[in-house]
Design a protein around this ligand. Sequence first.
Ligand code: PEP
Ligand code: MG
Length: 832
Amino acid sequence: MAIEKQFACPLPHGIHARPASALEEVARGFAADIIIVNHRTRRAADAKSILALVGADIRHLDACSLTCSGPDEQQAMAFLSNFLENQFPLCDQPTATVSPGPPEPTLPPCLAGAECSIYPGARAVGGIGLGRVVQAGGFRVPLALTEASVADPAEEWHNLLGVLGKVQASYENRLAQAGSGIEFNLLKVHRAITRDAEFRRQLQIAVRERHRSAAGAIADTEARFTRDLGASESPLLRDRALDIQDVCRELLRQRYGIELGVESVELTVDSIVVAESLTPGQFLGLNRMFLKGLALTEGGNASHTVILARSFNVPTLVGVRNLPTLHAAEAAVDADLGALIAPLTPPALRYYEMERRRLDERSARLREMSQKAGEGGLRIEANIAIPEEAAQAFAAGADGVGLFRTEMIFLGRLSPPDEQEQFECYRQALNAAAGKPVVIRTLDVGGDKLLPYLNLASESNPLLGYRAMRIYREFEAIFRTQLRALIRASAFGRLKIMIPLLATVEEARWVKKTVAQEQKACADAGLDFDQTMPVGAMIEVPAAALSLEHLSKELDFFSIGSNDLLQYIMGADRGSRRLQSLYQPTQPAFLRALHQIIDACHRGDGKISLCGEMGGEIRLLPLLAGSGLDAISASAPLIAGLRAEWAGLDLPECRQLWMEALDCRTEEEVAARVAQFSANRAAPLLDVELVLWNPDAATKEEAIKLAADRLFVMGRTDSPRAVEEAIWQRERQSSTGFGNGFAIPHCKTNAMRGNSVVVLKLAAPIPWDAIDGRPVQFVVLLAIRETDGAVNHLKILARLARLLTDDEFRARLEGEASAGSLCDFLRARLDG
Ligand code: PEP
Ligand code: MG
């Protein structure tokens, strides 16, 4: 007798390919028929068919029923109920949404006169890329193949079944090599399509009942699913049509040995690939060395192609309008602006050359800062969850990976990843690190992160329960497999193993013994590995914090997991909104705990870092820098900002701040002290790096852009375009050409981090519509924070204007021989 259960779809993006593929994998494990009905669309889906599941168009909170009928229906229902409740919500990858019709962006003034066409698109991966336009994508099966008559449908089907098997096997092989990560997940979806019951049924009907050739059956099936998925309201489901196309193309290639359509584009120079849509397979086939940008008419932010582009950092626009009218030979994908720009006229090239310089100078400055950071004081490392993130973090200047949360590789599946899959994944992160340290944390599940294959019983206090290293003895085989993968990977870089939630010396000894046994086994097997690989632990439990003197003798390093440690020190659940005021890293008791831990580690000659969310809070960086920590780690996108902040900090001042914070009695006092510290250390209005000597600006537009770019390079704004626009708002009202060859453009905007003056001493004068009609050679640009109010703005502006009316002052400015002396002179007069 069938068993039924009602549920509401918990996935914010509905059941798209990845969750459908996870559900299908579970369902395939049972003999019972498993049917899901979406009551909204009234569509029923065989849960063993990924395509049927996807085609049922199940969206967030749609009311559904699950029916199991057959020999093992009880077990199937029990397993699936648990899966839907605990595992299914983790199968969806969080994705941002893309607005359907990207608005036309406002062109920066330098580009406005460049006589280019704009093709607006939604930014899916940020950045700017230039190159030759290469059209790609799409495929058409020759009519001669689709319309060929079939003498023996049974034999045709038999052959096609063989082809399906071969393609499935080739996905299996590639899966084994892909290791893990995005490409791995993608191949899994493709493999699932090849074995999908509904997909195969459609092919079979076409051949056996309609007597279509294999090519005709593939084309019909592809068209049918593409049409169904394309009609979905969900962009995520529409994107899945690309996966179907990929598999169909593979079947045709395998069956007929042909390359179809224009898909096999070869990139030999820097290129912008333009396509209506691009399958993930086509994307992977492009030579990434020359792939500088991607512009797609279709495609959502969550399509696999975009996910891949993001992980390879290829500037990408989706939903690009008017692409069919693009005939230019070269173009720029300006994803930051939200448009493809073509053709690349000389002014456009000049503009993008300035953009390139801006971005290069900014990264050079960040690199310079990382070097400074490396010379002493605090190291800033990255927290990652998948190996693909490592490259991004190192590009942002990370000093290492401070925390690789490996549980991501274990989640959303039915069995743990095997040794080889894990090994590939760890090796990928180590390769990206190029010799920098990578701290890989062993499996941290249980508590709020459940794996169906561990079958952990639910607990009334899960965060104080059976989680992280506490489950290792029971699941020793899983732990040992992970250790072996880590030990083998250690041959490829500076790998350090870190144990989560360790509390006692006994636990530390057990871990060390187990690691040593696995190392010996690897040595006996003749495997290469780093025999000196450090083994450390997270300090997340007060017991560990209080035992550091002894733990230091057992382990090589420690990292404070501030998320957990804070909740245990304050006795306040990290997830509780009501306990927010207690769960504050600026609680004095917590700071005192940090102080003791850091002190104890340093007394034992050990290194201590911090890898919880506290490390990513820029406002707390001075405090942490002053605490004596050796390193902090934060998620990759925060690294650049942390580095910039760190570069401007004075360590003795930070130490002073830390000591004062330790003396505070309340959280409010600490927070106020921290805020005061940052207000006191706003960068000076002008410094020598804001004086540009003979910069290459041919127009007023370029001069203003150069000044705004300088503010960006120096970390005084994160949005130079917003500063530029604010300057132009004022400039359009009336020219700021002051006469006598001077201009004082100015603005008030909160895009600025602090009040700043930029000086441009131009090589040659440029037109500015000045009051006396003379061209301008000296630009003194003033950018004030809006919240600092009109008073500041007017005060500085009035002072500048007064000074510039003085002949002697102007003569001194013009006569200064270097940026340094000019800066000193102007600063003194502005202060005076
Ligand atoms: C922590 O507890 O601070 C930590 C980094 O671990 P997680 O947030 O993964 O529990
Ligand atoms: Mg933790």
